[in-house]
Design a protein around this ligand. Structure first.
Ligand code: ZN
Ligand code: ZN
Length: 593
């Protein structure tokens, strides 16, 4: 393993010398900046053996460094040869700092401008300029030149998302969007979920996220242009797009951007997501570049009525599968022979039994005992642990159905919990309920509500180190912007947005707790005497919460009522689909406290 990566770094260095570069910047990214990267674009992994979902390497002729976030500081040392790559914490010692310390005047640090966003390129160029070095865009990726058995680009065919599930046609969405883009002549969309949502397309190049890997240019008037490999277009998709868009091979985007320049167009790009090459081509073509948030993000986040209905159906279907699974787990786990991977496979089988499962929405996190203390635990053959009596088992999972995307975490006890486990579980539950019950005026952001999920932990001197909630797509990405619930997010919450509500508590080396429901923002029912319209949350996720872990004495009357009402609803909506022992169990699991 080490020899291979030593050879690969040597090959890259030889290639850099040929190109008169003194270094190269290697992000874990493809041209679309998504969470999942197809095999051909796993350049960071090929070069370093690092297998995490985010990271950056910088290789110069003499040195090499790898940068990973807090999730991966242990993993990186296990996977990467530290004699070749010095590991750094991505936030505490970021690449810009490393550049300032290790590059010198005249150095030329190359980067692939399709894999680096406009914002990233600006920051890194400034860091290089600070020491008199240059951040140099390359025409072709030097890793591709030395990677002999690089896999082919994926070529899965696209599907159309029927209006029955999308709620609005592409033409209707485009019409609405144009009202919102003001004085610009065109928008370049580079996020696959934006393109997929706007044109009612889905794609299957990467696991778990059914997006079409495509860029699009939407002019203020006339047809849009979609840039996608032609082999991905079926006759049905071509017919579906015909009235709204023309389709072009990806390499034709250069000519299209030049044409915008010739037309002296004002062009909107989102620098947080747009590849630096697109910005650069627009500037070279003398177009006026206007920067701002991707205008599709907000309308996509505000689910329309059809998407809302779809989400409810998907959640109910998923709740049936998860409830059947929880019954099975409660019966089997105490026997002591189940492993994390077996349990994850079983949950998938229950979802498959719905007959509607398209994919999981992310890789299931089945975390036994101390593994539950790692919020992003990844179960492998090597790490696979048995479920043990009197330990906690946490399972975070989700599904993709054509009408909606789900994401649910349940934490259960196998056997008997300790009083401390019950105390922590109940505090997490109180936070989850507090957020579920929130009422708030328009304009309120996720950061203003975040404390509701943490207050009962804070009062005991505890906290958790991840966001409380993320946006969720409609048969799209399980992690969707722009709104989030965390300590800093400033996006106002709006009716129709679907977010997760997932506070947790983690005791390192011992156990972890997370309870996650998806909620949808809605206009709250007015209260008597109320003067202003308020928003609130509708809970979408339907599956029992383990009552054996609750310290009832810690719950307020309001919290108790919420939980009893929630369980009554689960019993009513899910119970219709269960029978026999499963239904007997559900009745017990959903009994009032
Ligand atoms: Zn989750
Ligand atoms: Zn989640």
């Amino acid at each position: 393993m080490t020899d291979t990566h030593k050879t690969r770094v040597a090959l890259l260095r030889a290639e850099l010398k040929k190109r008169k570069l003194t270094g190269f910047f290697v992000p874990r990214a493809d041209e679309f900046q998504g969470e999942y990267v197809p095999a051909f674009a796993e350049r960071l992994r090929w070069l370093t053996n690092f297998r995490g979902s985010a990271g950056i390497a910088i290789v110069t002729l003499k040195k090499a460094a790898i940068f990973v976030d807090g999730r991966y500081v242990i993993q990186v040392r296990q996977q990467v040869d530290e004699k070749i790559f010095a590991p750094f914490h991505l936030m505490e010692e970021p690449p810009a700092m490393w550049i300032a310390r290790n590059l010198k005047k005249g150095d030329r640090l190359g980067f692939d401008p399709w894999l680096v966003t406009a914002d990233q390129a600006k920051r890194l160029s400034e860091a290089c300029a600070g020491v008199g070095a240059n951040f140099v865009p390359v025409e072709t990726n030097p890793i591709d030149a030395v990677w002999n058995d690089q896999p082919a680009r994926p070529s899965a065919q696209l599907a159309t998302q029927p209006t029955q599930f999308a709620g609005r046609t592409g033409a209707e969405k485009i019409k609405d969007l144009r009202k919102g883009i003001g004085s610009v002549d065109a928008v370049v969309l580079t996020q696959p979920d934006s393109v997929s949502w706007l044109f009612n397309l889905r794609g299957f190049d990467v696991p778990h996220t059914p997006v079409a890997a495509a860029y699009a240019i939407l002019p203020a008037k006339g047809k849009a242009q979609i840039f996608i490999a032609p082999e991905k277009l079926t006759e049905e998709v071509k017919a579906h797009l015909r009235s709204n868009a023309t389709t072009h091979a990806p390499k034709q985007i250069g000519a299209a951007l030049k044409a915008l320049g010739r037309a002296k167009a004002r062009v909107l790009i989102d620098p947080v997501w747009t590849p630096e090459r697109i910005r650069e081509l627009l500037v070279k073509a003398k177009a006026t570049v206007v920067t701002g948030p991707d205008p599709v993000m907000l309308p996509k986040a505000r689910k329309n009525r059809t998407e809302q209905e779809g989400a409810r159906s998907a959640q109910k279907r998923d709740g049936v599968a998860v409830s059947r699974f929880l019954f099975w787990l409660e019966k089997e786990a105490p026997k002591g022979s189940l492993s994390e991977l077996e349990v994850a496979a079983r949950l998938k089988a229950f979802r498959e039994a719905t007959g509607e499962l398209r994919d999981l929405s992310f890789e299931t996190i089945p975390a036994s005992g101390p593994h539950a203390a790692i919020p992003h635990y990844h179960a492998t053959q090597e790490s696979n642990r048995k479920l043990v009596r009197n330990e906690i088992f946490l399972i975070d999972s989700g599904a993709q159905y054509i009408d909606g995307t789900t994401d649910i975490t349940r934490t259960v006890i196998v056997g008997t919990p300790t009083p401390e486990m019950k105390d922590r579980f109940t505090r997490v539950l109180k936070g989850m309920i507090g957020l579920s019950l929130a009422r708030f005026p328009k304009g309120t952001t996720g950061s203003q509500l975040d404390i509701l999920a943490r207050q009962h932990l804070w009062s005991a001197g505890l906290d958790f180190d991840h966001g409380t909630g993320h946006g969720v797509g409609a048969y799209l990405s399980v992690h969707e912007g722009p709104a989030r619930i965390n300590k800093s997010d400033r996006t106002p919450l709006e009716a129709g947005m679907i977010l997760s509500n997932e506070p947790g508590f983690y005791k390192q080396g011992d156990y972890g707790i997370r309870i996650e429901n998806l909620v949808m923002v809605h206009e709250a029912k007015p209260v008597s005497g109320g003067e202003r319209p308020m928003l609130g949350f509708e809970t979408l996720t339907l599956a029992p919460i383990d009552q054996r872990l609750i310290d009832v004495g810690l719950l307020s009357e309001v919290e108790r009522q919420w939980l009893d009402a929630y369980h009554a609803r689960v019993l009513k909506e899910v119970g219709d689909y269960l029978e026999g022992d499963e239904l007997v169990w559900l009745n017990r699991a959903c009994a009032p406290l």
